[in-house]
Design a binder for this molecule. Sequence first.
Ligand code: ITT
Length: 192
Amino acid sequence: DRLVIASHNPGKVHEIADLMRPYGVMVFSADDCDVPEPEETGSTFAENAELKARHAAEASGLPALADDSGLDVRALNGQPGIYSARWAGSDKDFNVAMERVQQELGDAEDRHAAFVCALCLAWPDGAVRTYEGRVEGTLVWPPRGDRGFGYDPIFVPEGLDTTFGEMEPEDKHRISHRARAFEKLVEDILEG
Ligand code: ITT
């Protein structure tokens, strides 16, 4: 009934806390528990999520939930992918990151992208479970909306006209990569 959210990204921590709310679990962020940020040396979202979750569970002695996620742009062969946070530079400026995506796309006709999320739940005894979610969509320029975080203002999910940056949080939670991964976790752990 207590869980550490192994992330230093406030946008993510907020969304995961929202998703957890109906389940009556007390959540703490990695910053609350002084869990330092491990180096993300994995080569997939799932590997990085597991690395972060294991690290936080060991450091805190509590079950820990980590999220590794990013934007997979088809015309850029999956970039920025696991490097999505790094494209924003040390200032974590996502205007810079979004501009880089736009610049690298140039006049490519293919504007397809997907957000991907791997959630890993790790226990202090070393057990882990990993779940993945994905949402397909299209990139737009210029960015629209000031909600959400990261690349949300340039991503329009399939079948809709608004960017994640323009949506109410509860609408993003109905379809997002993070919500889809979380649904699998809930089925497996909380309702299983
Ligand atoms: P932690 O490792 O501390 O959790 P981080 O921001 O470094 O934080 P990642 O390595 O997983 O986490 O980077 C994921 C990046 O992908 C994140 O910084 C966002 O820019 C982007 N991203 C992930 N989910 C997103 C979402 O729902 N909306 C917009 N951008 C998202």
